[in-house]
Ligand binder design. Structure first.
Ligand code: GDP
Ligand code: MG
Length: 437
C-alpha cells in the first residue's frame, strides 16, 4: 500500500494550483489504495468526491509542494470521515447501566465483553457479565472462564431464553449492587432473521442504555453488509472494531463508520483482555495508509519526486539529448540518494561507471566530478567539444584538479553520450535488453 501511495503522490508533481486535471492520475491511485485497504466501494466514491472538491483550486502554499498539500488533504479528510472520536461510555446517573454487545459469530463479542468488564473495573465500576448467547453450548462456559479470570460475576441460566436471562440478570445486578451490566449476545455466521428477531426482543424488553456493534476488522468488505443489517434492526450507539492487531487494513472501520453513522468507540488489538484501546482516528488512518504519520507520507512523496527526475532524464536520453548538465544532474541525484552503486544502475549508461567506482572512494569521486563540471561555463557543458587546452587549464584550476582529470571526465562523458545516442536509435525492446543487461 505504501508503495502504491508513494506512486500516487508522485503524480501530484504539479506547480501552482491543484486542478482536477493535474490531480486525476494521482487521485486514481489513491482510490485504488483505499479499495485495497478494504474500504467499501461507495464509501471510496464518496470520499474521492470530497477530496477533489476540497483540493481543486487550492493554492499551493509556497515552500509546500503540491504533493505535500494533497497528502495533507487526503489524510485530514480520512480522519474527518473516521471521526469524531468519542471513546466514552455514558453511564446512567442512578441504577444499573445496561450495555448490549451484538455482532456476527466470531466477531469477538465474548472477548470484548471481558475487555470492557476489565476496563470498567479499573475505573472503579462494578460490572456484571451476562451470558445471553444460548446458541452455542460453549459460549456460556467461555464467559464464565473470563469472569473468573477477572473476578467479575457472570450471570447464567440453564434451559432459558435470552430475554429472560437478561431480565433476571438486571434484577440480580440490582440486588448485588453491580452498576453495569454487559450483555454478551448470540451471533450467527451470517445475518439471519431469527437472530435479528432475538436481538430486537432483547432490545425491546430489556431496554439496554447503549448498544454496541462488534465488528471484525478482518472481514473487510463484508463488514459493511453486516453493519447495515444490525444498524437497521437495532439502534446502535457505537462500534467496536476487533482484530486490528492482525493484518486487517482498517478500511472496514471507515466503511462501517460511514454506513452506520455511529462512532467507533474502541478497538480490539489482541486476544488478551487488556487489548482494548480507545479509538483514535489519526492512528487508524496512519495504519490504513501504511505509515505512521503525514511526515512519512510526505517523505515518500519526496523520494517519488527524485524518481521522477530520473525518469525525465531517461526520456531526454532516449531522444539522444544529453549534455554535461544532464550528467551533473545525475551525479547530484546519485549523491542525494545515498547508496551510490545501487542507485547508479538506475541511470542508463551509468552501470559501467558504477563498476569503475567500485572499490574507490565513491563519494570523493562524485564530488570531484561535480567540481569539474561546476567550473565549466554553460556553453562548455552543452558543447564539451569546445573544451580545448586553454579552457581545460582554466577549468582544472577552478576545480583544483589536474588538466588531465578534465580530459578524463570529458572522455568518460563522450563514451556515455555515444552510448546514449546508440540507445536513442534502438528499438524499445533493445533498450530494455541493454538496460537490464
Ligand atoms: P464471539 O463469537 O463474537 O463471541 O467471538 P469471540 O469473543 O469468541 O472471539 C472469536 C475469536 O476471536 C477468539 O479466538 C478470540 O480470541 C478472537 N479475538 C477476539 N478479539 C480479538 C482481537 O482484538 N484480536 C485478535 N487477534 N483476536 C481476537
Ligand atoms: Mg461469544
Amino acid at each position: 500500500l505504501q508503495k502504491r501511495l508513494s506512486s500516487a503522490f508522485r503524480q501530484f508533481r504539479v506547480s501552482g494550483v491543484l486542478t482536477e486535471a493535474n490531480m486525476k492520475e494521482g487521485l486514481r491511485e489513491v482510490r485504488t489504495a483505499l479499495l485495497e485497504a478494504d474500504v467499501n466501494y461507495n464509501v471510496v466514491q464518496d470520499f474521492m468526491t470530497r477530496v477533489t472538491d476540497k483540493a481543486v483550486g487550492t493554492q499551493v502554499v509556497k515552500s509546500v509542494r503540491p504533493e505535500q498539500q494533497i497528502v495533507k488533504i487526503v489524510h485530514d479528510e480520512l480522519v474527518d470521515l473516521m471521526g469524531p472520536s468519542d471513546p466514552t461510555i455514558r453511564f446512567e446517573k442512578t441504577g444499573t447501566t445496561v450495555l448490549m454487545l451484538c455482532g456476527l459469530q466470531g466477531s469477538g463479542k465474548t472477548t470484548t465483553s471481558g475487555k470492557l468488564a476489565k476496563l470498567l473495573t479499573s475505573q472503579n465500576r462494578k460490572p456484571m457479565l451476562v451470558a445471553a448467547d444460548l446458541q452455542r453450548p460453549a459460549a456460556v462456559e467461555q464467559l464464565k472462564v473470563i469472569g473468573a479470570q477477572l473476578g467479575v460475576p457472570v450471570y447464567t441460566q440453564e434451559n432459558s431464553n435470552p430475554v429472560k436471562v437478561c431480565q433476571d440478570a438486571l434484577i440480580e445486578a440490582n440486588r448485588r449492587g453491580c452498576d453495569t451490566l454487559i450483555l454478551d449476545t448470540a451471533g450467527r455466521l451470517h445475518v439471519d432473521d431469527e437472530l435479528m428477531a432475538e436481538l430486537v426482543q432483547i432490545e425491546k424488553k430489556v431496554k439496554p442504555h447503549q448498544v454496541f456493534f462488534v465488528c471484525d476488522a478482518m472481514t473487510g468488505q463484508d463488514a459493511v453488509a453486516s453493519a447495515e443489517a444490525f444498524n437497521a434492526a437495532l439502534e446502535l450507539d457505537g462500534v467496536i472494531m476487533t482484530k486490528l492487531d492482525g493484518d486487517a487494513r482498517g478500511g472496514a472501520a471507515l466503511s462501517v463508520r460511514r454506513v452506520t453513522g455511529v462512532p467507533v468507540k474502541f478497538v480490539g488489538k489482541g486476544e488478551k483482555l487488556d487489548k482494548l484501546d480507545p479509538f483514535d482516528p489519526e492512528r487508524l488512518v496512519g495504519q490504513m495508509l501504511g505509515m505512521g504519520d503525514v511526515v512519512g507520507l510526505v517523505e515518500a512523496a519526496q523520494s517519488a519526486v527524485d524518481e521522477e527526475e530520473a525518469l525525465r532524464q531517461q526520456e531526454r536520453m532516449a531522444k539522444g539529448k544529453f549534455d554535461l548538465n544532464d550528467f551533473r544532474q545525475q551525479i547530484v541525484q546519485i549523491k542525494k540518494m545515498g547508496s551510490v552503486q545501487d542507485v547508479m544502475g538506475m541511470f542508463p549508461g551509468m552501470s559501467q561507471m558504477s563498476e569503475n567506482l567500485s572499490g574507490l572512494d565513491a563519494d570523493g569521486e562524485i564530488k570531484r566530478i561535480q567540481g569539474i563540471i561546476d567550473s565549466m561555463t554553460q556553453r562548455e557543458r552543452s558543447r564539451p567539444d569546445l573544451i580545448d587546452i586553454s579552457r581545460r587549464r582554466r577549468i582544472a584550476a577552478g576545480a583544483g584538479v589536474d588538466p588531465s582529470d578534465v580530459s578524463g571526465l570529458v572522455k568518460q562523458f563522450d563514451a556515455m553520450a555515444a552510448f546514449v545516442k546508440q540507445m536513442a536509435q534502438m528499438t524499445m525492446l533493445d533498450k530494455l535488453k541493454a538496460l537490464t543487461g
